[in-house]
Write a protein that binds this ligand. Structure first.
Ligand code: AMP
Ligand code: ZN
Length: 472
């Protein structure tokens, strides 16, 4: 597969360290609020990437963290603790908030056909691991203590900005939501590994550490959770573009300094979903969720199709007008699939040919819209319905648009409709027979019984009237 690598800033052939195994890590949600459909754009595209790698024969192990501690409102260690903010807003404990929004997140994922990762690990499960890595960084003199916190010294790494290629000032302006200056830092870009001097009076979550009671910074969790489940070499690391700096930049600095060797080969970043007003953001409050879409009458999978129609490296603007068009396209697609009447065996040569075509299209830097074009063209191609259905099933292992499930539901509804029609017809014949009997037209009554018998209907007369059933 060809994949754009943020680290090299070019499209490259994807070659994992140890094929066919792929060690894939995804930054999970910060569980202080519902995920908005922007966050879910990233998770949908990461899901397609994972499934496509499996489609191409890779054995993927995917790990996701859950951020339930340490993420402050500015990614650069300033502002309010996001989890505390959520807990305060809802008058609950941080752990209650974390549990509730973690479940809500995976509920949303399920409705969008996003596969549950092989491993999901909340940050608060791994504090001893974080402490171990921080200890190593302090020992190797990549970290220092100042004002009772532990900081990573970014001047100690050779190429701190390797992931961005941008200059320091430009990037630091981007992440600084407020003007709060941490005077403990030796360099502007240094970041907190461990907070011991908490600035939050009611910091609920704190742990003992060699540096005193406190809690971890945000970035350390992903380096440690990835290492815990995937070892010291990672093939693929994913997130939204806002994660590139400082979060992923800091992950690389920590991991490579602690391990003493290069860490992750490929960095995959999804561009943002925007609204007319700009980037969609949880902290803005009024957010669009999967439930909002459902309340407005949209199947969440229509939103999945909306995302797959665009390239993941292009910003995408959300609007209900566009979503309405996608909904019509989705309904037409489902109708096409429901109308397939497979007979006989699929043509395996064609299934194989289309498997390759789809692989080439999507394998071109995850070009999902080309993959969709192949699906549409295939449905118009001169193939048997059994072959079309088999190819659709093959593509669906990657697209996951629920097309086969929609087909099942459509066929069931159609058969229920025709059952209803049939029942109405039988009832009308029974009424007609009753009238004939009343008029002593027994020949007509018998003819009706015979007509129904031909259609497999058995009539049973009793004092209460006539009932019917289908002959067994
Ligand atoms: P968070 O829960 O804020 O930690 O974010 C979860 C994931 O969503 C991260 O990978 C972010 O980079 C990503 N993300 C945040 N905002 C957007 C957006 N508007 N569009 C796409 N992805 C986003
Ligand atoms: Zn992360």
């Amino acid at each position: 597969m060809q994949l754009y690598n943020t680290l090299s800033r070019q499209v490259e052939e994807f070659v994992p360290y140890n094929p066919p195994h792929v060690k894939m890590y995804t930054c999970g949600p910060t569980v202080y609020h519902y995920a908005h459909i922007g966050n879910l754009r990233s998770y949908i595209m990461e899901d397609v990437l994972e499934k496509f790698l499996r489609y191409e024969g890779y054995d993927v192990k995917r790990v996701m963290n859950i951020t339930d501690v340490g993420h402050l409102s500015s990614d650069a260690d300033t502002g309010e603790d996001k989890m505390l903010k959520g807990a305060k807003r809802e008058n609950k404990t941080v752990m209650e908030i974390a549990k509730f929004y973690t479940e809500a997140f995976f509920n949303d994922c399920r409705r969008l056909n996003i596969k549950y990762p092989d491993v999901v690990e909340p940050a608060t499960n791994c504090i001893p691991k974080f402490i171990d890595m921080i200890k190593t960084l302090v020992e190797k003199q990549f970290a220092y203590q100042a004002g009772a916190n532990i900081y990573f010294d970014t001047s100690k790494v050779k190429d701190y900005y390797c992931l961005t290629g941008h200059n320091e000032d430009e990037l630091l302006v981007g992440v600084r939501d407020d003007v709060e200056e941490d005077t403990n830092k030796r360099n502007k870009s240094d970041f907190v590994l461990w907070f011991t001097k908490s600035k939050f009076e009611n910091q609920e979550l704190k742990w003992s550490s060699p540096w005193g009671v406190g809690y971890p910074g945000w970035h350390i969790e992903c380096s440690c959770i990835a290492c815990k489940h995937l070892g010291e070499y990672l093939d693929l690391h994913c997130g939204g573009v806002d994660n590139i700096f400082p979060h992923h930049t800091n992950e690389i600095a920590q991991s490579e300094s602690a391990f003493g060797h290069p860490w992750c080969k490929y960095w995959f970043h999804v561009q943002h979903l925007k609204e007319k007003g700009g980037k969609m953001s949880k902290s803005k409050g009024n957010i669009l969720t999967v439930s909002t879409l459902e309340e407005n009458g949209y199947n969440p999978l229509v939103y999945r199709l909306f995302c797959l129609q665009s390239h993941y490296r292009k910003p995408l603007e959300f609007s209900y007008e566009v979503l309405d068009n996608v909904k019509s396209a989705y309904d037409r697609l489902v109708a096409r699939i429901v109308n397939l009447k497979p007979e006989g065996e699929p043509d395996t040569e064609q299934v194989r040919r289309y498997h390759e075509l789809f692989g080439e299209a999507v394998g071109n830097d995850l070009n999902t819209s080309s993959g969709l074009t192949i699906l549409y063209d295939m449905l118009k191609d001169d193939l048997s319905d059994a072959t079309k259905l088999a190819i659709t099933a093959d593509f669906e292992t990657v697209l996951s648009l629920g097309l086969l499930e929609a087909r099942e539901a459509g066929l069931k509804a159609a058969s229920e409709d025709s059952d209803d029609e049939f029942a109405k017809y039988v009832e009308s014949k029974i009424a007609e027979r009753l009238e004939a009997k009343k008029a002593r037209d027994y020949a007509r009554a018998d003819a009706i019984r015979a007509e129904l018998a031909d259609k497999g209907v058995v009539l049973k007369d009793s004092r209460e009237g006539t009932t019917w059933e289908k002959a067994k």
